[in-house]
Design a protein. Structure first.
Length: 178
């Protein structure tokens, strides 16, 4: 379930001490990823518009009782994946879901940037600070219809969110010397 991967990324934001706007941006993007991948796998669009989908994602990402969020928070506090796995008795599904979700997305040619960045942190030793910066500064693509009726792609940068959190990322780097 891709919501577990999004919850891991949300936990990283908690570990960095990011604010509600950054977490909300992440969840909004995550929800789009979940819908996009589900529809590419033949699910109905309305499947992802219901309360259970939103509620599950929100709870898994924000609850202090969520193993997935807790794992991400530890990674955001400079623990390695190995340290996180050794520090808990319960398995966080997000670790294993990341790989299978990414493989499915690649098979279906669906962009899942949050999943890609989380996978790089977990399995390619990417600095989590860089993953978060890459994710939140990535331009959001949206489609609009021109006056001619064809679709055009627009790029909407999230530079304001990145700028607001850059100081925290630099403080984190100074404390951990990553």
């Amino acid at each position: 379930m891709l919501k577990n991967v999004i919850a891991l990324a949300a936990g990283m934001c908690y570990g960095f001490g990011f604010g509600d706007n950054t977490k909300s941006t992440l969840l909004t993007r995550g929800r789009v990823e979940i819908s996009r991948l589900g529809m590419a796998a033949s699910a109905e669009r309305l499947t992802f518009a219901g309360l259970s989908d939103s509620g599950g994602l929100i709870t898994t990402s924000f609850s202090r009782h969520s193993r997935n969020r807790a794992s991400g928070e530890k990674i955001g506090q400079a623990m390695s994946l190995r340290q996180v796995l050794e520090s808990t008795e319960k398995v966080a599904e997000d670790v294993w879901t990341t790989t299978s979700s990414r493989e499915l997305a690649q098979k279906l040619s669906v962009a899942v940037p949050t999943t890609d960045e989380v996978n790089k942190v977990l399995f390619e030793e990417k600095d989590p600070r860089h993953a978060v910066v890459d994710l939140i500064t990535r331009g959001k693509k949206r489609k609009r219809r021109s006056h001619r009726g064809d679709q055009q792609s627009l790029s909407v940068p999230l530079a304001q969110v990145a700028a607001a959190n850059m100081g925290r990322l630099m403080d984190y780097g100074a404390k951990t010397r990553l």
